[in-house]
Design a protein around this ligand. Sequence first.
Ligand SMILES: [Fe+2]
Length: 360
Amino acid sequence: MTHKNFKNIDRVTYGRGSFSQLGETIAPIRSENNRYFVYIIDQYFHGKDLHARLQNQPEDLIYYIDVDPHEPTTEQIDQLRDKILSEKGLPSGVIGIGGGSIMDIAKAISSMLTNEGSSTLYQGLNLIKKAGVYHLGVPTISGTGAEVSMTAVLTGPEKKLGLKCDWTVFNQVILDPELIASVPTDWWFYAGMDTYIHCIESHNGIRNNAFSLAYGDQALHLCREVYLNEKAGQSPDNDDILMVASLMGGLSLTYSEVGVCHALSYGLSKIHGTRHCYANCLIFQHLEDIYPQGVKEFKEMIRKHKIELPQNVSKDWDEATLDKMATVSYNLPFMWQHAFGDNYKEIATMDYIKDLFRRL
Ligand SMILES: [Fe+2]
């Protein structure tokens, strides 16, 4: 087994109100390249008070992006990259403000600004040839771990797979719990459960180790405070905790691997466009035989927060659809190997994966 050599985020600012330090944080970088910054912001914040707090300069480009219709695509990244370069040339850096999809877009744009051709050429590990521009992430919803991961997940015509290398990792993140206060309850739950599932999957597999377990145990402890214990629920104190849980859950899986739920989730999202965190929740509830303790606790949290997850969604899927979904999931061997061990191919067959999807 090859041991991972993970590039961590260069710098982290954490704390209530820390977003106000954005301007001074990026000031030294402004002398690089064509001396301007690109802001990539979730459309949700358009016209809201955050706009007045961006600390941008007149030369900066600001793009509000609607991430609701679909998860980031390779086509979307290529178009935005071409637009930025034709408008003002190479920026000093890219700032992403939003949820997991905006984090992914900021990471991908940073690398694609300096690497020629379509982003489909770079979907995979270490395929990017040149360092991207400086990039900074400001999460406004916590749970996906996208702020800390190497991966910029993109859906392409062929596959849903991340751009992933040392240069995709953020140079800086600013974790300001005040920014996640306005997340609607259902998405607060789904995104937080992404972290919870990261930890359960990271723990239950052959790649876990003292490093991933230490981060994962702590993240699970924090998730229980936010979603299960007597003070559970959306509150400023829990927002402080959830931001750290997301980061630590991401670090746990970085040193280990995700598992069955994420492998299936990629298949569901690629074929049906289901959002990552929501797809995980739809699937995880049916994996009691694979992750018994995790699913039991997950269901307690579902009950506590009165979350309704749809049932019998698979009734509308024909064989051809199930084949397409299973093919995407089957082609994530690292996840199956981690979950089932080195003889995973004997267990995770196409038929087995299709049967898992039929549970939904
Ligand atoms: Fe995830």
